[in-house]
Design a binder for this molecule. Structure first.
Ligand code: NDP
Length: 247
């Protein structure tokens, strides 16, 4: 068990990649707070993992709600005694071309995917600083690494997650806090379910592996960055994309 005794928060954990990360962390021995803007799915996920609710707890937390996030961090620290790991996974996809994208639509995606990460990091940093140790894992995207046929608001938001990760790694490193990112390639979830099968095939074209990626592939990378095995790894972006980036 890689995460025995640790306490982790996973945002956007109601489904998809976040749910897989929460489940993998739980299986590796961590206590897990599952947060999602959809409180019912977070709660159901926590109950599925741990019917007794001793080592998993679901909560409705919108990552863009400053006061709500601050409150939820305090509640998690109180309930489980500490917060060792924060996985900033919550994210949304914008659709459409730049020509048809409103500023509102651009900013909506930035608000969740970038400001939400900032709000959660800011809330957890004092707790981890007091502990003298912590690990933050931000979910970026392959679309931040190279031009991809995805909407510009989404790509820009995931690029900002990389800069935020590197800057925070430097700022928080002296406090014993490691900050890294994962850039997954296309993974079949409700998010990518919004694409047509033809478009999804276009996104996965050029992979070097025999199969497509799964939420579990991202979860395994998150375990590494959350565990002591990655001590002295900070400010990196771990590409989990079956080699698509080499295309
Ligand atoms: P899903 O849409 O399947 O799941 C995202 C979850 O985040 C949903 O439960 C959603 O809730 C929740 N969420 C959305 N907004 C908020 C918010 N403001 N506060 C809290 N929770 C919120 O997405 P994936 O599992 O596919 O993606 C997870 C992360 O991985 C995202 O950051 C995504 O950008 C990233 N990613 C995904 C890839 C993929 O191919 N799937 C590839 C690269 C990166 P609800 O829908 O109820 O609003």
């Amino acid at each position: 068990m890689e995460l025995e005794g640790l306490v982790a928060v996973v945002t956007g954990a109601g489904r998809g990649i976040g749910a897989a990360i929460a489940a993998r962390f739980f299986a590796e021995g961590a206590a897990v707070a599952l947060w999602d803007v959809d409180g019912a799915s977070a709660d159901a996920g926590a109950r599925r993992l741990d019917p007794a609710q001793t080592r998993a707890a679901g909560a409705r937390v919108d990552v863009t709600d400053e006061a709500g996030v601050d409150r939820a961090i305090a509640e998690t620290a109180k309930r489980f005694g500490r917060v060792d790991v924060l996985v900033n996974n919550a994210g949304i996809l914008g659709l459409g071309t730049t020509a048809e994208m409103t500023v509102d639509a651009f900013e909506r995606v930035m608000r969740v995917n970038v400001t939400g990460v900032f709000i959660c990091c800011r809330a957890v940093a004092p707790v981890m600083t007091r502990q003298g140790r912590g690990k933050i894992v931000n979910i970026s995207s392959l679309s931040a690494r190279t031009g991809r046929p995805v909407p510009v608001n989404y790509a820009a938001s995931k690029g900002a997650v990389v800069s935020l990760t590197q800057t925070l790694a430097r700022e928080l490193g002296p406090a014993g806090i490691y900050v890294n990112a994962i850039a997954p390639g296309p993974i079949a979830t409700e998010m990518t379910g919004q694409f047509t099968p033809e478009f999804y095939a276009r996104l996965t074209a050029g992979r070097a592996t025999r199969r497509d990626g799964t939420p579990e592939d991202v979860a395994q990378a998150a375990v590494y960055l959350a565990s002591a095995r990655s001590d002295w790894v900070t400010g990196v972006v771990l590409d989990v994309n079956g080699g698509i980036l080499m295309r």
